[in-house]
Design a protein around this ligand. Structure first.
Ligand SMILES: Nc1nc2c(ncn2[C@@H]2O[C@H](COP(=O)(O)OP(=O)(O)OP(=O)(O)O)[C@@H](O)[C@H]2O)c(=O)[nH]1
Ligand SMILES: [Mg+2]
Length: 205
């Protein structure tokens, strides 16, 4: 007797665990309703944007070339509070004034997309080198949150980040993360939830 659980129906293993069932479900399409918020992850190369992107989005991800370029951009859905949010993982950039194709794509994505929030990911070990881009993003009027990532490595080097003081000085939310260790992700989601339209508290005039 053949196993009826496999795709070609020719498996003779009667004890087949039915693994094919795992793949039968069509993955949910990456659908975004017009009311859904979009957010972007930006920052210098190698700071952990893509690791953070994976932590936020899970498996519903598409990768495509940015129109007219060979630069790949990943998009995925995240559940933030009660809402679906489209998350865009941008290529590494040093400045809003682009030199490379990657930087041009990142800049265009930031300035030509309607974004509810922008998360700048920085390396906690090199804050001083990363903050000039933070100032540019703030000056560009982007709704910025700062994810100070690689806190595990910073701790190992005996470095401390004064989260509250940094948030006050910059005037934006600052969240400490170690994306590779899945730390600080819930705090980041909570901070994001406060930026989403329905989570905003209406202040009476
Ligand atoms: N120790 C540590 N390593 C991390 C952390 N986050 C990311 N990394 C590592 O840093 C490296 C770069 O991570 P990526 O997510 O690819 O960085 P990126 O910002 O997307 O880089 P580009 O796409 O080149 O701009 C990888 O080896 C990650 O595993 C973290 O919180 N702690
Ligand atoms: Mg990346």
């Amino acid at each position: 007797m053949n196993c009826h659980q496999c795709p070609k129906n020719n498996c003779t293993n009667q004890k087949s665990p039915g693994w094919w069932k795992l793949f039968r479900k069509t993955p949910r399409a990456l659908e975004l309703s017009s009311q859904d918020a979009q957010i972007a992850l930006v920052g210098m190369p190698n700071v952990g944007k893509s690791v953070l992107f994976n932590r936020l989005t899970g498996i519903y991800v598409t990768v495509s070339n940015y129109p007219g370029t060979t630069v790949e951009v990943s998009r995925g859905l995240a559940q933030i509070g009660e809402q679906n949010v489209l998350v865009i993982d941008t290529p590494g950039m040093y400045s809003l004034v682009p030199i490379s194709d990657e930087e041009r794509v990142a800049r265009d994505l930031l300035l030509k997309t309607s974004l509810t929030a922008v998360i700048q990911v920085v390396d906690a070990k090199n804050l001083g080198r990363m903050l000039p881009l933070t100032f540019q993003l703030i000056e560009a009027g982007l709704p910025l949150l700062l994810a100070v990532n690689m806190m595990d490595e910073a701790h190992r080097l005996g470095l401390k980040v004064q989260q509250k003081a940094l948030a006050v000085e910059l005037g934006i939310p600052v969240i400490l993360t170690s994306a590779a260790l899945n730390q600080g992700i819930d705090e980041l989601k909570s901070a994001l939830a406060k930026c989403l339209p329905s989570e905003r508290v209406a202040i009476p005039a």
